[in-house]
Design a binder for this molecule. Structure first.
Ligand SMILES: Cc1ncc(COP(=O)(O)O)c(C=O)c1O
Length: 390
């Protein structure tokens, strides 16, 4: 490998949200990588840093070119440059969509278990989440279409937040599934905010499908929110965008992002994004291989040593979704026990809403040394939990 995915960097003392844990604890929690980012991004930032002046910054034309080209050459999505609106984050875009496209008291549909912050964006704005739980069958996840139509046809539902690919279960939604969502949403007058922040992080050989690429219907109802941040491990740089083909939806999201002051980049935001999209492909391909290897390692470890824990198949994200229901139906107790006994921090599934009970989420985006440390702690914790029960 040309790039370094092995160095363990001490992130303590850097105000890292992930590493704000007690001495000796190992966080495999929030979706933040422990790899050093792509050196081509660091070089671009260093060049900008060396100017030594950090004034107000606009989004350069190169940023639009780089984003359009990335989605076209990697995923076949043909965006017009004017579809793009800069945003400081995907979550700010989601909250803006909730505020602009729905009214207080209305419902927003989400397919659970799903990225927990969706609930914050909905609830903090006085709207209510309407759960459409995914169906869980023999190791995988699918959409419950009867329930989905029931939710979307509710006249109080004006927005659906889609997670494409889906955190935490790792599903890459198929073109046909996305087309069906778009058709239903158009039929019932529901807008779709498609959160595609995990889009680049699929197993090698697996491609995600952009929601806006699937049909005319999807372009009428959809706003895509995406970023280079999850892909390249740079979420602290706060750089993302919203994209909409429909001019009315685009105007609305642009207005709200600006009203809420989330539409202006910091000095490094566009620099990092342009470097990532123009020069980051080599690093990304190696990162995807490493993540696939890490996920395979966890799977085989769990299978060999902790047989009754199942790991549903999900070819996207570096987050593994562990079915620990056979160890304990209350995964919160198990997670708290493992943390107390071994210092390993994992996320209890029910924070992701209905269907998360009995699961733990494990972030595997780390050097091998940390991964092995985490697996050792996990086995020790699970065994001690079982021994305590028996
Ligand atoms: C599905 C999903 N959306 C959004 C985010 C965060 O986006 P941002 O940091 O751009 O607000 C995350 C981070 O884990 C995520 O998993």
């Amino acid at each position: 490998m040309k790039y370094d995915f092995d160095t363990v960097t001490d992130r303590r003392g850097t105000s890292s949200s992930k590493w704000d844990v007690a001495e000796g604890e190992l966080p495999m929690t929030i979706a933040d990588m422990d790899f050093k980012t792509c050196p081509e991004i660091v070089a671009a930032l260093r060049e900008r840093l060396d100017k030594g002046i950090f004034g107000y910054t606009d989004v350069p034309e190169r940023w639009r070119d780089a984003a359009v080209s990335w989605w076209d050459r990697r995923y076949g999505l043909k965006m017009e440059k004017e579809w793009l609106v800069f945003s400081t984050g995907v979550v700010p875009t989601i909250s803006c969509a909730v505020r602009k496209l729905t009214t207080p008291g209305e419902k927003v549909m989400v397919m659970t278990p799903v990225y927990n912050i969706f609930f914050n964006s909905i609830l903090n704005n006085g709207r209510s989440p309407l759960a459409c739980p995914l169906s869980y069958f023999s190791g995988g996840y699918g959409i419950d279409w009867t329930r989905a139509e029931e939710c979307l046809s509710d006249p109080q539902v004006s927005l659906m937040i889609l997670c494409n690919p889906h955190n935490p279960v790792g599903r890459v939604w198929e073109r046909e599934e996305l087309q069906r969502i778009a058709e239903l949403c158009l039929k019932y007058g529901v807008a779709v905010l498609s959160d595609e922040i995990h889009c680049d992080l699929t197993d090698p050989g697996v491609k995600y499908t952009p929601f806006l690429s699937v049909s005319e219907e999807s372009r009428k109802v959809g706003i895509m929110a995406a970023a280079p941040t999850k892909t390249f491990g740079i979420p602290g740089l706060q750089t993302s965008f919203a994209a909409a083909a429909d001019p009315v939806l685009r105007h609305r999201i642009w207005r709200q992002l600006n009203t809420d002051e989330c539409g202006e980049p910091g000095v490094f935001a566009a620099e990092a994004a342009v470097a990532a999209w123009e020069k980051g492909e080599g690093w990304l391909e190696e990162a995807r291989q490493r993540l696939q290897r890490n996920k395979a390692r966890v799977r085989s470890f769990v299978e060999e040593r902790l047989g009754d824990i199942r790991v549903p198949y999900g070819p996207a994200t570096y987050l593994l979704w562990l079915d620990v229901s056979a160890v304990s139906p209350d995964e919160r107790r198990l997670a708290a026990f493992i943390r107390r006994e071994t210092g390993l921090c994992l996320t209890p599934g029910r924070v992701y809403g209905q269907g998360g009970e009995g699961f733990l989420r494990m972030n595997t985006a780390c050097p091998e040394k940390l991964l092995e440390d985490g697996l050792g702690r996990f086995e020790k914790g699970v065994r001690a939990f079982r021994a305590r029960k028996e």
